[in-house]
Write a new protein. Sequence first.
Length: 74
Amino acid sequence: MTTNDLLGQERDRYVEWISDWRAQVLKVWAHMQMLDDKQMFEKDDEVGVAFRDIKTLIQSLNDRTQEETIEEEQ
């Protein structure tokens, strides 16, 4: 097996890991939004920070994986 083959396998493993992680993050975000359908948590100062941080994390992940943004998926 060549170095290129090994690098390709490693790359494929990372792509799969990122895709799986992204799906899990989006699932958590969807659950959080369902729980906060009246936006009571999102508007709360302390909890709202967590919501904004999670949204920023998801947007960053989407940008880096060249997928749809969170707003487009809603």
